[in-house]
Design a protein around this ligand. Structure first.
Ligand code: ADP
Length: 554
């Protein structure tokens, strides 16, 4: 801790809240720039909605949501239409203030007209969401899951999921929402910070009981009831990867703005808290992502009225200590150094072997072939010996690199428990890479941002994008390009998300890009239209780069 400021550079910077620090030029920071902004309720809902537009089935793990106040009329219309088409539908909605946490300001409603539109909604934007009425219950109680996810790197994308998490329980038996029970927070909201104030809250020394338990204990219960726990894990992994794929495009825009390519800067990693609700049919639904999940391993206990003491919480300890320990093992700078030395050793060894072989061949060229073979085998034997010592190097870092077991290794991690963090990306990249379309749109956006350090595209940048990608023609003039830019940018800026910079933000660019794709490839489904336009743009930019390279050489 550096209460008076830091003088020397560090290998790892462990920030409490966000990335920001003026003078970090190397090492690793435990926060990504822009992450706090990205996981706010409105931004997350927008990012997931973009993916839902492209891949509705793949992204059906996030409840239908509307952003207030701007989508209030849309919310009213859509609910009316759905009710008209299915009169038996009796929905409940949950209203959550943007940027709120710990259940603060959340309330349930039965009808759009129940939204508290008095002043506050205008000054405090919110998300209104379909309420999941049939959650899975354990001991008649609603609960949610907090899972810890390590985003180890953005480029290339590397994601790890902790093998165990926490289950946080409500403290009143659950009933489906009715006008009478809508306000009962201990029945409907699983937040620890709320339920701790209920007389029914049970602190437990045992990970299998009480109001906060390990997720693995729930899985054991489900498994004994015959549930397909493997499928559940696979669905959860898929939810986590897809959510991060929805967040990465904008994170990359923030990243290049804070850590411009080519300039000295740190790399980043971050532990995220995923809040997931299981439906009765075991389908996991994403509630939210926390950029600063609580890592407390103790709780307050009231010894006598008004006298509190911090006591250890075995459940928190079991899950969180492992997450932090293994994060540090995975980002360990010593391991990187050992890997670099290992790689250098490998190269040096190869060069030595090649030189040795040449020497042998040249020197012995007049001797018999058998002799040469003898010398070569000596050479190879020395190679085998070298390989043994190389093997020793590998054992030093065996295991943790991809989340394998490391017990029994002879390295500095010998004696440590096996990793609780399991790599899921790039391990399962093949199954998910087709979803990464917006990432490629963001790469185009970043290319035309121009001056480093910005997150918004100016009108000239947008025009250059259109020209370089050959998107303007007789039916789409440059005047029409300007109108498209102004229309979309003005609307996004009027939503009042970020007034610091003027210009077109990534989400506005994505909207413009979808518009162009729909125009150009009319009859295809949206994701194919977008994929075709990306291919088209990337092709023209590659041709342009090639031309510039040739000109440069010339
Ligand atoms: P906060 O950041 O304030 O905790 P959340 O989005 O996590 O906000 O919501 C708080 C709690 O409300 C959740 O822990 C969950 O129990 C409940 N909840 C949130 N969204 C839904 C939903 N769509 N359906 C059912 N319950 C929900």
């Amino acid at each position: 801790q550096f209460p008076f400021g830091r003088r020397l550079p560090c290998d790892i910077y462990w920030h409490g809240v966000s990335f920001h620090d003026n003078d970090i030029f190397s090492g690793q920071v435990n926060k990504f720039p822009g992450m706090t902004e990205m996981v706010r309720k409105i931004t997350l809902s927008r990012a997931v909605r973009t993916m839902q537009d492209l891949f509705p089935l793949e992204y059906n793990f996030y409840p239908r949501s509307w952003i207030l106040p701007e989508e209030f009329p849309l919310f009213v219309d859509e609910v009316r239409m759905m009710k008209d088409s299915d009169p038996a539908w009796k929905p409940t909605f949950i209203v959550k203030p943007d940027g709120g946490c710990q259940g603060d300001g959340i309330y349930l409603i039965k009808d759009p007209s129940d939204i508290r539109l008095t002043g506050s909604i205008q000054s405090r934007p919110a998300v209104v969401q379909e309420y999941i009425c049939k959650p899975l219950l354990v001991d008649k109680l609603k609960f949610d899951i907090r899972l810890y996810v390590l985003l180890k790197s953005l480029e290339p994308l590397e994601i790890y999921i902790a093998k165990d998490g926490l289950s946080r329980f409500c403290t009143e038996p659950y009933q489906e929402p009715t006008l009478k029970n809508l306000h009962q927070v201990f029945m409907h909201l699983t937040n620890y910070s709320l339920n701790i104030h209920s007389g029914n809250f049970i602190h437990s020394d045992n990970v299998n009981t009480g109001s906060k338990r390990t997720f693995s204990s729930i899985l054991c219960r489900l498994s004994s009831r015959g549930a397909d726990v493997k499928k559940l894990w696979s669905d959860i992994i898929s939810l986590v990867i897809k959510t991060i794929i929805a967040l990465t495009p904008e994170l990359k825009v923030y990243y290049q703005s804070d850590i411009p390519a080519g300039k000295p800067g740190p790399t980043c990693f971050q532990i995220l808290g995923f809040d997931i609700l299981l439906m009765k049919n075991l389908k996991p639904m994403l509630l939210e992502v926390n950029a600063n999940p609580s890592m407390r391993i103790e709780h307050e206990q009231e010894l006598s009225p008004g006298v509190f003491e911090n006591v250890p919480s075995p459940v928190d300890e079991e899950v969180k200590v492992a997450v932090i320990r293994d994060t540090l093992r995975l980002v360990d700078p010593q391991k990187k150094k050992r890997k670099d030395i290992h790689d250098e050793l490998k190269i040096a060894l190869t060069i030595n072997l090649v030189t040795a072989w040449h020497l042998v061949v040249n020197k012995e060229s007049r001797k018999s072939k058998a002799n040469i073979r003898y010398n070569y085998s000596v050479c190879c034997r020395s190679q085998t010996l070298e390989h043994v010592s190389e093997g020793k190097e590998e054992a030093l870092e065996a295991g943790p690199v991809d989340g394998e077991e490391c017990e029994g290794s002879r390295g500095p991690e010998a004696g440590l428990p096996s990793l609780c963090l399991k790599q899921v990306f790039p391990k399962y990249a093949k199954q998910f890479n087709y979803l990464r379309l917006v990432d490629r749109v963001a790469a185009l956006f970043i290319r035309f941002l121009g001056v480093k350090g910005t997150t918004k595209l100016g009108p000239t940048g947008f025009r250059t994008f259109i020209r370089n990608c050959k998107l303007s023609n007789s039916s789409f003039s440059m005047a029409a390009v300007d109108i498209l830019y102004i229309d979309i940018t003005r609307r996004w800026n009027s939503m009042g998300i970020d007034h610091k910079e003027s210009g077109m933000c990534l989400q506005a660019f994505v909207e413009a890009f979808f518009c162009l794709a729909q125009k150009k490839y009319k009859s295809l489904p949206l994701h194919e239209q977008v994929a075709s336009l990306i291919d088209f743009c990337e092709y023209h930019l590659a041709v342009l780069d090639e031309k510039r390279l040739v000109c440069g050489r010339g």
